[in-house]
Design a protein around this ligand. Structure first.
Ligand code: SIN
Length: 277
């Protein structure tokens, strides 16, 4: 392998990792990468010519692979791919690109995914960047009274609105479809670092539990704006064969759909997580 290096992207989040071939990761490098991910929340790799098999093997080094709960008929997919592969795809016919709003992956699951590993294959001539935001830093920037109040709250994360909208756009009747819907703490403790992070997002979090609707709306609106502040973020400009690995337990992301009608295509493996506490 070439010289292995990890270069931070901003003071708060992200690192570019070079000198590593993710298709031939040994145990020592896997451990260094895991520790770097816990420290930097999202890692970026260039020139990774990973086959589907390589990407699945890479994901399995970090845990059990997750299968998306929404069903292939409503998500972009390629026939013949294993169920653990989640396709990211938008082209001229797309009416809503996946991930084009702040979210952590599938936070509506009872045990939302821990880590995601996305490799991009086709990119638009310009645009299609992904933004990441540090949810530890967003939590730590709050005042003590706000931290105390949020610390006692849970919020509902509902896959229904998001996935039913997708089903409708695909010409399917979503009325009898069931999607995950679960309550999680508004402030979660990362199971490995033990640090506290905000855990609400504009894609899945529909309301704060047990308080009036107007209070819930105002509080969520504040939290969505707060967690999206520029100082908590980094932004990744993809190239073909770039890979990003992020920790959904402490980072949100936003895939900017600014390239319509051009094509953007990649595939993700997602590693199962724990029930947030
Ligand atoms: C996602 O996993 O949410 C998609 C991210 C991206 O397309 O950059």
């Amino acid at each position: 392998m070439k010289q292995f290096s990890i270069e931070p992207v901003t003071p708060l989040i992200g690192a570019e990792v070079s000198g590593v071939d993710l298709s031939r990761l040994d145990d020592d490098h896997a451990l260094v990468i895991k520790n770097a991910l816990l420290d930097r929340l999202v890692l970026f790799f260039r020139d990774q010519d990973l086959s589907i098999k390589d990407q699945i093997a890479l994901g399995r080094r970090f845990g059990k692979l997750h299968v998306h709960p929404a069903g292939r008929d409503i998500m972009p997919h390629e026939e013949g791919l294993p169920p653990e592969i989640f396709c990211v795809f938008a082209d001229a016919n797309t009416t809503r690109a996946a991930g084009d709003k702040w979210h952590t992956d599938i936070s509506c699951d009872l045990k939302p995914p821990a880590i995601s590993i996305l490799k991009m294959d086709l990119l638009p001539s310009l645009g299609g960047d992904t933004l990441f935001s540090n949810m530890y830093a967003a939590y730590e920037a709050l005042s003590d009274p706000m931290k105390e109040m949020l610390g006692g709250l849970t919020a509902t994360h509902d896959g229904g609105p998001n996935y039913r909208d997708r089903a409708k756009r695909g010409g399917l009747d979503p009325s009898d479809r069931k999607y995950p819907r679960h309550s999680h703490p508004v402030v979660r403790t990362h199971p490995e670092t033990r640090r506290k992070a905000l855990f609400v997002n504009a894609t899945f979090t529909t309301h704060i539990d047990g308080i009036p609707e107007d209070e819930s709306r105002a509080l969520l609106e504040f939290l969505f704006q707060h967690t999206a502040k520029a100082m908590f973020q980094c932004r990744f400009r993809w190239k073909p064969n770039s890979v990003a690995m992020w920790d959904n337990r402490c980072a949100m992301h936003y895939a900017v759909w600014d390239y319509h009608p051009e094509v953007r295509s990649g595939r993700r493996v997602t590693i199962e997580g724990d029930r947030p506490f």
